[in-house]
Design a protein around this ligand. Structure first.
Ligand code: PEP
Ligand code: MG
Length: 747
């Protein structure tokens, strides 16, 4: 880089900044900028093309082309040289534009007389906003420094766009963030919500793209990169990292220590950018490069680099997570991903959550479910699209997210919400009534829980008890293993909140997708079928013993129900049961009050247990079918794999035959039976389960109303006949037969 060109680009940037600082309408500013660039670069033409919609560019300002063409000339992405720059997000520099591949002659602009052409993308952190072009009559290639200078100017333009410097121009820059957008994601927690966007990791706002004193800026960037390296090394020293986390941090370290990265940013600063703008320029360039890449691994690295740049920007701006923005009254959280502890911290004030990643069985999903907040996952690119405060509708029933919705969408969405609210009112009336069907059969409806936040629902939902208390949530949301006394206090609060209603505490179910941050991660090829749940409990009995003690102390002379997850054979059950009984005897010997009635049961989550020796059913005080796991093993369909998750119907006749086998075995041994997987909360499924003889169902609190309403409306004995008749006919699923019958059952 020559001294002259360096000062030229610095001069240009300074002029640009001064010009942007002047008051004026968006169009005046754009006009001034094109004039200024053409003048500084000694070219006859300078034009700004901006995206009008996702694939159309519009000439928005020009110096040198015909003024009448402004806001008239448009082109598609990929069309003409400008369209090619937009598509590839890379500059085109040619001395002979008309003979260049893809050149399109646009008579209205009068550009045919210009031979040389240089176009660079206007983009911000990978988001394409438009194209900046200079042209001149003399046939010449623009120098590397000129290309560079124009890129830097384009970047500042993009930055100013983000700050709204050109707002008020109709479909001008910034419009991308004002258009309605629909995202189709995956359903992780049903329900609908209307609110305003709250970004979990707000974008860092760079207000000073141009800087006067490069030496100070270089010092700032070196210092910030130094801090960044130290913070990554600190993170890497943490012992509890699993393989994936370590891999990501290693990648961070590699980028943070890369000389090229820092050198390029320093060069940008030398040419007039502020340290922040230099980071963003690199971030944009890397994104543009990597976005062309199909390879999943490299794309992951793109995300890593992005995170890293954001961290660096936070250090530089001192903005941290707190950008000073006010959380809206009705926040809908938008994030790439979020951990259960962070989600819990927001708690019930959130109206909804939308994630770019996540999975149905993730901890965040479990917490969202416990908090009864609608959650949509896999909403691609929403983090880049959404701005804090944007109006947003989350349809968790269909997995749709409407960002900045138009009036019509809002109206129909509100209608739907109103209908749902009306239905809730109807259910509230049923709260204190039993789920008694017309033939007199009563089904017991319990709720599933796992957090203290769940407990108020026990009153409002009308649940008759807690059929499944997932104790692992208390372990998952902490950074270290909870202590026995702490757990005992918590379990006691749960028992008290239940006011005499039974609570079935399930001992720790970790492994599979539930990984404790403070336990050494296992690198297993298939964790759902790996070292999980009671298998861990029996191999490392310390935690199981501690939990049993905590539960016994919490019960303090009151009845206690304990159940073990993922029991596959009789001997596992006896071993776990013996462990709890030993703790009871130990507590008694120490003089602590023991439960007045201790019932010990098992979750039936693997087909093998249904065929266990009779001794198992005789010994177990109760059995609870964990349908989520049972179904995944019955159909060999991963419950977390969106592709296969819904492939097999719960009302499939084979599965129902299998459930009948379980009901028969429990009935023969006089063992209490319940169903506590997600399917118990779906009215049609619940009806069929009850009809085939599962007399206790445990579900999310919000499902109790709808399930009760259906059960009270029908004759279960008749429903049973319908189910069995359909099965006898050899159907694959009884769903259509039950639905047809149900349609005839209205009051
Ligand atoms: C189940 O598997 O159905 C169940 C209730 O347990 P979890 O969803 O916690 O695995
Ligand atoms: Mg399970």
């Amino acid at each position: 880089m020559t001294e002259r060109s360096e000062s030229d680009s610095r001069k240009l940037l300074r002029r640009l900044r001064d010009s942007l600082a002047l008051p004026g309408k968006g169009q005046d500013r754009l006009d001034r900028i094109t004039h200024l660039i053409a003048d500084s670069m000694r070219t006859e033409v300078c034009s700004i093309y901006l995206f009008r919609d996702e694939d159309t560019l519009e000439l928005c300002a020009t110096e040198g082309l015909k003024k009448e063409a402004v806001h008239q000339t448009r082109m598609k992405v990929g069309e003409g040289l400008v369209g090619r720059v937009a598509r590839s997000a890379a500059p085109i520099n040619t001395a002979d534009a008309p003979s260049e591949k893809g050149f399109r002659y646009m008579p209205e602009t009068g550009e045919e007389i210009y031979s040389s052409f240089l176009g660079v993308p206007i983009q911000r952190v990978g988001e394409k906003l438009g194209v900046l072009v200079v042209q001149s009559k003399t046939a010449r290639l623009y120098s590397e420094d000129e290309v560079y200078a124009l890129e830097v100017v384009a970047m500042v333009l993009a930055e100013m766009t983000e700050l709204g410097a050109f707002l008020g121009e109709g479909d001008g820059p910034g419009a991308l963030h004002r258009r309605p957008r629909l995202f189709r994601g995956g359903i992780a927690q049903e329900g609908s919500a209307e609110g305003h966007v709250w970004l979990h990791e707000p974008r860092v706002v760079v207000t000073n793209p141009v800087a006067d004193d490069p030496l100070t800026e270089i010092e700032r960037i070196r210092d910030a990169v130094g801090q960044l390296r130290v913070s990554i090394d600190d993170l890497l020293r943490a012992e509890s990292l699993d393989k994936d986390q370590r891999q990501v941090l290693e990648a961070y370290r590699m980028f943070a220590n890369s000389r090229g990265w820092l050198r390029r940013m320093e060069e940008d600063i030398a040419r007039g950018l502020s340290a922040e703008a230099a980071v963003e320029k690199e971030q944009s360039a890397a994104r543009a490069r990597l976005q062309q890449v199909e390879d999943a691994y490299l794309r992951e690295r793109l995300n890593d680099l992005d995170d890293l740049s954001n961290r660096l920007l936070r250090i530089l701006t001192g903005q941290g997570q707190d950008t000073g923005a006010q959380m809206p009254e009705d926040p809908i959280l938008i994030a790439r991903n979020i951990g259960p502890a962070e989600l819990l911290e927001y708690g019930k004030k959130l109206r909804g959550v939308v994630l770019e990643e996540g999975s149905v069985g993730s901890h965040a999903a479990i917490v969202a479910r416990a908090l009864a907040i609608p959650l949509v996952i896999h909403a691609e690119r929403i983090v880049a699209e959404a701005l804090n405060g944007d109006h947003i509708l989350v349809d968790g029933d269909q997995g749709f997210v409407h960002l900045r919705p138009d009036e019509m969408v809002v109206r129909s969405f509100r209608d739907k919400m109103a209908m749902q609210a009306k239905a809730q009112e109807r259910y509230a009336v049923l709260r204190h009534l039993p789920a008694q069907s017309k033939c007199g059969t009563v089904t017991r409806l319990n709720m599933n829980a796992g957090l203290m936040a769940d407990l108020p629902s026990i009153e409002s939902s009308g649940a008759e008890g807690v059929g499944l208390f997932r104790t692992e949530l208390q372990f998952l949301i902490r950074n270290q293993m909870p202590k026995r006394d702490e757990l005992a206090r918590l379990y006691a609060r749960v028992i008290e909140a239940a006011k005499g209603r039974p609570v079935a505490f399930r001992t720790l179910d970790i492994g599979s997708d539930k990984v404790l941050p403070y336990m050494k991660p296992q690198d297993e090829p298939n964790p759902a079928m790996g070292w999980r749940a009671i298998r861990v409990g029996l191999d490392k009995p310390g935690v199981l013993q501690m939990q049993a003690q905590a539960l016994i102390r919490a019960a303090a002379g009151r009845p206690l129900q304990v159940m073990f997850p993922f029991i596959t054979e009789l001997s596992e059950f006896t071993a776990a049961r013996d462990c709890v009984l030993r703790q009871r005897d130990r507590e008694a010997a120490m003089g602590h009050a023991v439960p007045s009635d201790l019932s010990i049961g098992a979750m039936l989550e693997t087909p093998s247990l249904a065929y266990a020796p009779k001794a198992f059913f005789d010994l177990a005080d109760f059995v609870s079918i964990g349908g989520n796991d049972l179904k995944q093993f019955f159909f060999a369909a991963d419950r977390e794999n969106e592709r296969v998750r819904r492939r097999y119907d719960t009302l499939n006749a084979s599965f129902l035959r299998f459930l009948r086998l379980i009901t028969d075995r429990c009935r023969d041994s006089g063992t209490a039976l319940s169903f506590c997987g997600e399917d118990a909360g779906r009215p049609l499924e619940a009806l069929v389960f009850a009809a085939i003889g599962i007399s206790t169902l445990s579900m999310r609190p919000a499902s109790i109303g709808p399930v009760k309403a259906v059960l009270r409306q029908v004759n279960l004995a008749e429903a049973r006949e319908v189910v069995f008749a359909a099965m006898a006919q050899g159907v694959e699923t009884v769903r259509p037969a039950v639905m047809d019958w149900l349609a005839t059952q209205t009051d």
